[in-house]
Design a protein. Structure first.
Length: 79
């Protein structure tokens, strides 16, 4: 007989979250559900575009570091 596992759903509604390498099971209060992750991805892309368009934001290393961190956090919450 197959055992069905109930999928856990995150509870966080933060659009931005710093990536943190997990060494234990995730705290579901800090994991974002898929609907929030979709909004977070749009937020990151929009913010990145704004960073590139502003005169101060043309510092591409800073913009890249921000996007890289946010995308890793999104990917982590998808697991």
């Amino acid at each position: 007989a197959a055992v069905l596992q109930k999928r856990k759903v995150g509870l966080s509604y933060d659009l931005e979250k710093t990536y943190l390498r997990l060494t234990t099971e995730p705290n579901w209060a800090k994991v974002r559900p898929r609907a929030v992750l979709k909004m977070a991805l749009k937020h990151v892309v929009d913010k990145y575009r704004g960073m590139l368009e502003s005169p101060q934001g043309r510092e591409s290393r800073r913009a890249y570091a921000y996007v890289n961190d946010q995308l890793k956090a999104i990917r982590q919450d998808l697991r």
